[in-house]
Design a protein around this ligand. Structure first.
Ligand code: ARG
Length: 575
């Protein structure tokens, strides 16, 4: 897979990590405990790192100020520490800027775009259930977050050395498919459906429901057709597979735009022949109880309604299939973690069946993680589009691309590959809308805000990235040693600090399943870089200074490109 570099997970050797190591010895505490004591001071004059000593007062039974003074004297400070200062309950630590720049840039430049990669996940597999669209239903704006966040986690975990299995748990099972077949046979037109795909299937559903109100016999026919699918009747399967193929063909256009791929499309129907195992096991473990003819697992003790396993007619449910899928995934992939990137509306569903797996006695139930997220709505309140009352994700992407093209035509009319850049910017803006926020927040998407080149947006980061490329393209060839003392000004120091923190941010994003931590960080890096860029000349400076600054620019470019990539966003070379 990818090449690896010096910054390996927790053994990263940035300056803060080295301070942590020294404090570990001095205080005889764990790394995690020490990390709790460390802060980045709000102002540069307060140093590069601060120890919050009041958090030690209880443990050491001493006044914080005395603790700070004591540490100042007793810790064996590394040679890059220029001085330490006691300020109230804080001990402020100052780093040598040239040494810090050297340490960070040497590591970053050696690794190039692999800076921040690690092998902490070596030998471990993470299953990521994401996107998970429904057959014969629109791939709508509600699937954006699952698709984009899932894809980002897939890349982030992969970058940390985990083997990732991306699973599209298709919604391809349920009585609605019986209805669709009835509607198709009565009113459908093959060519029309071929041409309009899901939009046309949607129309058939609506018609079915209208007509079934007048003629309830249609419901019986629908049940019959669904039964025929279940029994493997060739005609029923032929129609159903065709619906499936059309839906996936349409979805594939979106996945291609988003640069998303899956390792498995095993959906709900894949588990048809794996249901008995779940039911038998639940029975054998005395977990199934009867309730109004149906079979459930009672969860009252855990403050939840019962988890429905079998309906009175013997049909299995969404939860039954999720349990079967989890058992199958554990057997097949032996996952270290299994993530489910699904909206918070399904919180109860996941809490329930995770609990059932725990009650079945599987210790690995603790490795099942519901990666929940909030709702996305459109600012202009678009509810109906030409395809019906749903916002299709494909339409949103298309509109963002069109608008990006308008902006480009206005700002840089002579740009080459305008269409390509518009695609990268338009898609990036939409993806950013969801990966740049804490997952649990509800989001209101606005095209204008998302496509703005100012503010904390994808185009802003992409634009900054393209700026670094154009600086590097203008640079003359220079060689010789790099004089890191040239990077001691305020602005360069800040860029170095942002570069230094990048690997730890990726790890944090993975641990918390929060891609926004990477997004936030590359915005900070882009802002720090732009401040540097406006304050300092690069091309045309004297040799050693230009050379050192160019190295900084190169590290920034690699980091921004990688950061965008981790979020599933492309970086245009020129903008
Ligand atoms: N198809 C479902 C929906 O659109 C999401 C499935 C999520 N994954 C799962 N294993 N339950 O609501």
């Amino acid at each position: 897979m990818r090449g690896h570099n010096g910054s390996k997970g927790k053994q990263r050797m940035d300056f803060s990590a080295q301070i942590v190591a020294r404090l570990k010895t001095a205080l005889n505490m764990s790394e995690a405990e020490i990390e709790e004591l460390i802060e980045t001071p709000p102002e540069r004059e307060m140093g590069d790192l601060a120890l919050v000593c009041f958090r030690l007062a209880k443990r050491l039974r001493k006044a914080p100020q005395a603790i700070a003074a004591g540490l100042k004297e007793t810790v064996d400070w590394p040679d890059f520490v220029t001085r330490t200062e006691v300020e109230g309950a804080y001990l402020n630590v100052f780093f040598d800027r040239a040494k810090r720049a050297k340490n960070v840039l040497e590591t970053a430049l050696r690794a190039g775009e692999d800076y921040g990669a690690s092998d902490e996940g070596k030998g471990k597999t993470v299953c990521i259930d994401f996107s998970s669209i429904n057959i014969a239903k629109p791939f709508h704006i509600g699937h954006l977050s699952s698709t984009a966040i899932g894809n980002a986690l897939y890349r982030i975990y992969g970058f940390l050395g985990y083997a990732c299995v991306g699973i599209n748990h298709l919604g391809d099972w349920g009585t609605q498919f019986g209805k669709l077949i009835v509607a198709y046979k009565l009113w459908g037109d093959r060519d029309e459906i071929e041409a309009r795909s899901v939009a046309s299937m949607l129309g058939l559903y609506v018609r079915f429901h209208d007509e079934a109100e007048k003629d309830p016999a249609l419901e019986d026919q629908a049940r019959e057709w669904f039964k025929r699918i279940e029994d493997g009747d060739p005609e029923a399967l032929e129609i159903f597979d065709w619906f499936k193929e059309l839906t996936l063909r349409e979805a594939d256009r979106v996945y291609r735009l988003l640069n998303v791929r899956f390792d498995s499309y095993a959906g709900e129907s894949f588990y048809n022949d794996k249901m008995d195992r779940v039911i038998d096991e639940l029975r054998a473990k005395n977990l199934l109880v009867e309730s109004d003819g149906a079979w459930v697992v009672d969860l009252e003790e855990y403050g939840m309604p019962p988890c429905l396993i079998l309906k009175s007619d013997g049909a299995t449910l969404y939860a039954t299939r999720d349990i079967a899928a989890a058992l199958y995934r554990k057997d097949t992939y032996d996952f270290h973690k299994a993530l489910y990137v699904v909206a918070y509306q399904q919180n109860l569903h996941f809490s329930q069946w995770f609990k059932v797996v725990e009650l079945m006695g599987y210790a690995w139930s603790k490795d099942l993680v519901h990666v929940a997220f909030g709702m996305v709505s459109m600012e202009d309140g678009t509810l109906s589009t030409r395809r019906g009352k749903v916002v299709f994700l494909e339409d949103v992407l298309g509109r963002a691309i069109d608008k990006a093209l308008e902006v480009i035509n206005e700002k840089s009319p002579e740009l080459e590959n305008k269409e390509d850049v518009a695609r990268q910017v338009g898609v990036g803006a939409v993806v950013w809308g969801t990966v740049s926020n804490a997952r649990i927040k509800d989001i209101v998407f606005s095209y204008d805000r998302a496509l703005s080149f100012e503010g904390e947006t994808a185009p802003y980061v992409q634009y900054t990235c393209a700026r670094t490329t154009s600086v590097l393209e203008k640079a003359p060839a220079l060689d010789g040693d790099i004089d890191y003392a040239q990077l001691c000004d305020e602005e360069a120091g800040e860029v170095v600090r942002m570069l230094e923190a990048f690997p730890a941010k990726i790890i944090e994003a993975a641990e918390r399943c929060e891609p926004y931590i990477v997004a936030r960080h590359i915005v900070d890096l882009a802002q720090a870089f732009n401040r540097f860029y406006y304050e300092h000349r690069i091309i045309g400076e004297d040799g050693p200074r230009m050379r050192a600054r160019l190295m900084l620019v190169r590290a920034v470019r690699d980091c921004l490109r990688r950061g965008l990539w981790l979020l599933g966003i492309e970086a245009p070379e020129h903008m």
